[in-house]
Write a protein that binds this ligand. Sequence first.
Ligand SMILES: Cc1cc2nc3c(=O)[nH]c(=O)nc-3n(C[C@H](O)[C@H](O)[C@H](O)COP(=O)(O)OP(=O)(O)OC[C@H]3O[C@@H](n4cnc5c(N)ncnc54)[C@H](O)[C@@H]3O)c2cc1C
Length: 247
Amino acid sequence: MANWLEAKVAENVAWNPTLCSVRVELPGFDFIAGQFVRLAVETDEGRMQRAYSLVNAPGDPRLDFLLTPVADGKVSPRLHALQAGDAIWVSQPATGFFTLSEVPDGKVLWLIGTGTGIGPYLSMLATAEPWLRFNRVVLVHGVRHAEDLVYSELIQRWRQQYPQQFHYQPVVTRQHVPGALSERLPQLIQQHKLQEAAGAHFDQDSQVMLCGNPDMIKDVRSELEQLGLQKNLRRTPGHITVEQYWN
Ligand SMILES: Cc1cc2nc3c(=O)[nH]c(=O)nc-3n(C[C@H](O)[C@H](O)[C@H](O)COP(=O)(O)OP(=O)(O)OC[C@H]3O[C@@H](n4cnc5c(N)ncnc54)[C@H](O)[C@@H]3O)c2cc1C
C-alpha cells in the first residue's frame, strides 16, 4: 500500500501560462526512470490525488513534475497554482511499467510524447540505459505552440553529448517553427516525414514508446501496426510500449 509523504513545494516554474514545473525537495526518494507517483492536494471535497510522471533523474534530491491545468479539472489547476512553501503530498513508492526495463532490445529507440508526455523520457535520458542499449535515440515532442517546447537546455546538452546517437524532433502543429515539423504525428509517419527528419526507420529493430494524449497514442499505434510493429506486452514482447495520461 502507498504511504503519503508530506512535503513542501520548493519552486513552481512557469514555462508559459498553461505549463509549469512543480519541484519538491524529497532527498532519497527511490524510483525507476519512467515511473509516476500520485500527488495530492487539499480541496473543498477533501484531499484529492492524481498520477504524475517523475521528470527528474533518479537520485536527484528534487522531484520535478511537468503539469498543465486541465480546464474544469479537480486537481491539476490546484497543483498549477501551488507556490514555494505550499504543502503537497507525494505517494510512495513510485509505480508504473513505462520503464526501459520493460522495453526489449533494438537498434533504434523512439521516444514519442505529446505535451506533458515528454516528462518520463527526460528522466530516462538522464540515465545511462538508453545510451548503452540503443544505437540511435530519437526524442519526438508534439505540441501546439513553440512555447510548449520545454526543457530545451537539458535537451541541448544531450545533443552536444551524443551528436551521432541522439536526434530531437519537435513537432509544432499550430505555428511554423524553424526545425520543427508541423503536421500531426500519424500523418508524419504515414508520409515518412518523421523518419526522414530523424534519420531512422520504424522496423523490426525499432522500439517505440508513446506517452500522453490517448488519441495520438491510438492513431500512431495504428500507423505503426501497418508498418508491422506490435504492442509490447510482458507475455508477448513487441515494439510499442504506451503510457496513456487520460481516457
Ligand atoms: C500514469 C499517468 C501519468 C500522468 N502524468 C502526468 C504528468 O506528468 N503531467 C500532467 O499534467 N498530467 C499527467 N497525468 C494526468 C493527470 O493524472 C490528471 O489526469 C490530469 O492532471 C487532470 O487531472 P484533474 O483532476 O485536473 O482533472 P479531472 O477532474 O480528473 O478530469 C478532467 C478531464 O480531463 C481529462 N484530462 C486529463 N488530463 C488531460 C490533459 N492533459 N489534457 C486534456 N484533458 C485531460 C480527463 O480524462 C477528464 O476527462 C498522468 C496520468 C497518468 C495516468
